[in-house]
Design a protein around this ligand. Structure first.
Ligand code: CA
Length: 226
């Protein structure tokens, strides 16, 4: 297995190289975003490990360029910025997995194996709460009790992910708007209401007991119907 490692921290890069070589992988380390893009475009890799904060070009931009060029090599994003917003940006720009620093060696190795496994990929990330779970792999919302499932659109997915990461907590409209729409200028305020209503319909479609509750003047929360 051949891996491109784009990481500017020399010590960390050296440690990862050593670790992966022990796993009998071939690693090409580069230290800037621009080199990372160059190498990824000119060579075949089984996986790319990509840091976010990089000199030259940040990891998200590298990834977006790669996907634009139809390079579908699995990408593992590596970053100290473990905020949800970053993680969502990572998934949005086409990352296969997002591993926050610091991480365990075993975790990195198993992530690499998971994202490079051909064909029958194991679910990379599943979030669950109450009787529902959300699969990153196919963006499906499933009722874990009945097995009923439904596919979510990109924004619905991000919104549901936000709810599942903060279950039974009121999320303000501003937070949701920020996390899901970010700086997209065309995001109308009432988009949020629209997507919340889509999610409600989908929750009821799969027969879930979970409800998205509106608290006037505050925001929304995902709660189990009592
Ligand atoms: Ca860095």
């Amino acid at each position: 297995m051949r891996v491109l490692l784009v990481e500017d921290e020399r010590n960390l890069s050296a440690a990862i190289c050593k670790l992966l070589e022990k796993e009998r992988m071939t690693v090409d380390p580069v230290y800037t975003g621009t080199d990372g893009l160059d190498w990824a475009l000119s060579s075949e890799y089984d996986a790319i490990i990509l840091d976010v904060m990089l000199p030259g070009m940040d990891g998200f931009s590298v990834l977006r360029e790669l996907r634009k060029e139809k390079i579908s090599t699995p990408v593992l994003m590596l970053t100290a910025r473990a905020s949800l917003e970053d993680r969502l940006t990572g998934l949005d720009s086409g990352a296969d997995y997002y591993l926050p620093k610091p991480f365990e060696s075993a975790e990195l190795v198993s992530c690499l194996h998971a994202i490079t496994r051909r064909g029958n990929r194991t679910p990379i990330m599943t979030l669950s709460y109450g009787d529902i779970c959300l699969e990153q792999k196919d963006a499906k919302l499933r009722n874990t009790e009945s097995g009923a499932e439904i596919k979510l659109g990109a924004k619905e997915y991000q919104l549901m992910e936000l709810f599942l990461r903060n279950p039974a907590q009121i999320l303000t409209k501003e937070t949701m708007q920020d996390k899901v729409w970010g700086l997209e200028s065309d995001a109308e305020y009432n988009n949020l209401e629209v997507y919340v209503s889509f999610l409600r319909k989908k929750l009821s479609f799969i027969g879930s007991r979970m409800k998205i509750r509106a608290t006037r003047g505050l925001g929304y929360s995902l709660e189990e119907e009592t």
